[in-house]
Write a protein that binds this ligand. Structure first.
Ligand code: PLP
Length: 401
């Protein structure tokens, strides 16, 4: 096969592009995971990563994909036959529900049209009905990566409080952490689920549970079987800077570097950067005359945009043309929206010119694939990005999410 020159554009909503600084940090000799140098590193990184989750309590790190952290959240806190309230924001919420099912929990799904975030009122209404407190946990996806819709976690917390319901609140932040404002403690989240390969700018392979006091208490009563994912042994080993089994040492070097980079930039600046690139992307989509899948502006995702194809047009055909001609990967439509949407990832290590290159690839791909659209999307994004006044007027995202 002929060589392809230039860097591949990896514009799927995770895994994201890994910055050179993180690659260099990982590209170091593997060290003794039971030695003093590793213990020092573990203690530092476990403390620093709390700034990213905005939590005071422990963050547990697994050598796992994000899916493992979903399972860990459930098996550590719940017991067979427990009822869990979940919200169908899209494909990832549906997968999480599937895990609850397989583990012997009773998931209750609030159905939705995959075009908005979880509705705090619907959750609150169901909790008010549950006077016997049979629902033991509410599980919500913060940023639904299949649709580009964000859920308002602060308002969902308020709905639990208003219903005076004792259920645990568990939130999947796999595609929002370190891209979209998130506050574990302030929003009273009991288990935050995260992964390494999206906003954290690392390769796949690490997963996280940030846990509250209440979640730790629940874990003492939880009767679901757990071994590898059990919190107690990991927390005990972490006290001295170690793990009960071999951790992903080199990814942990990368994590330390990624956390440093995020804190150097400042989390607020990181979030503002993502908001701005998301707004520029939406302006391009509107200029093309195409439709944004998310219908609720206050729930627009800042880490990705899902774009609905005109009726009868194939999203996967556009993705194929873009990959073959411009060496760029775009996100595929998942589940119910397969071939109907494609997704532009604009999260992680990303700047104005990365976005403009990405949008140029999409606009050229639309033309080459013969999709009916108007040109001028890239221009609309450039106008927005290069207009300081405009940029200052970016609609502030709802503080509660
Ligand atoms: C990517 C993603 C997952 C799955 O994570 P894996 O690392 O593939 O297991 C789950 N939830 C959301 C919201 C995601 O974006």
């Amino acid at each position: 096969m002929a060589r392809t020159a230039g860097r591949h554009f990896l514009q799927i909503p995770g895994p994201t592009n890994v910055p050179d600084r993180v690659l260099r940090a990982i590209d170091m000799p593997t060290m003794d995971h039971r030695g003093p140098e590793f213990a020092r590193l573990t203690k530092k990184v476990l403390a620093d990563v709390k700034h990213i989750f905005k939590c005071e309590g422990p963050v547990i790190v697994y050598p796992s994909s994000g899916t493992g952290a979903w399972e860990a959240a459930l098996v550590n806190t719940l017991s067979p036959g427990d009822r869990v309230l979940m919200y169908e924001t899209g494909h990832f919420a549906t997968l999480w529900r599937g895990i609850a099912d397989k583990l012997g929990l009773i998931p209750e799904f609030i159905e939705s049209d995959w075009r908005r975030g979880a509705d705090p009122e619907a959750i609150g209404a169901r909790l008010v009905e549950d006077t016997a407190h049979e629902i033991k946990a509410v599980c919500v996806v913060h940023n639904e990566t299949s649709t580009g819709c964000t859920s308002r976690i602060g308002e969902i917390r308020a709905a639990l409080d208003k219903a005076a319901h004792p259920a645990l609140l568990m939130v999947d932040t796999i595609s929002s952490l370190a891209s979209i404002d998130y506050r574990h403690d302030e929003w009273g989240v009991d288990v935050t689920v995260a992964g390494s390969q999206k906003g954290l700018m690392l390769p796949p392979g690490l997963a996280f549970n940030a846990v509250s006091e209440k979640a730790l208490k629940a874990s003492e009563q939880s009767a679901l079987p757990k071994s590898y994912f059990g919190w107690a042994e990991i927390l005990a080993a972490n006290e001295t800077g170690f793990f009960p089994y071999t951790p992903a040492t080199n990814l942990i070097y990368g994590l330390a570097e990624a956390v440093d980079m995020l804190l150097e930039e400042g989390l607020d600046a990181v979030f503002a950067r993502h908001d701005r690139h998301a707004e520029a992307t939406r302006r391009a989509v509107r200029a093309w005359g195409l439709e944004i899948l998310c219908v609720e502006p206050k729930e627009y995702s800042s880490s990705l945009t899902a774009i609905l194809m005109p009726a009868g047009e194939s999203a996967d055909a556009v993705r194929r043309v873009v990959l073959e001609n411009y060496d760029m990967s775009l996100g595929t439509g998942l589940g119910r929206v397969a071939d109907k949407v494609f997704r532009i990832g604009h999260l992680g290590d990303f700047n104005d010119l990365t976005l403009l290159g990405t949008l140029a690839g999409v606009e050229m791909g639309l033309r080459l694939a013969g999709v009916s659209h108007q040109s001028g999307g890239v221009q609309a994004a450039m106008d927005y990005l290069s207009n300081a006044t405009d940029a200052a007027e970016t609609e502030p995202v709802a503080a509660s999410r």
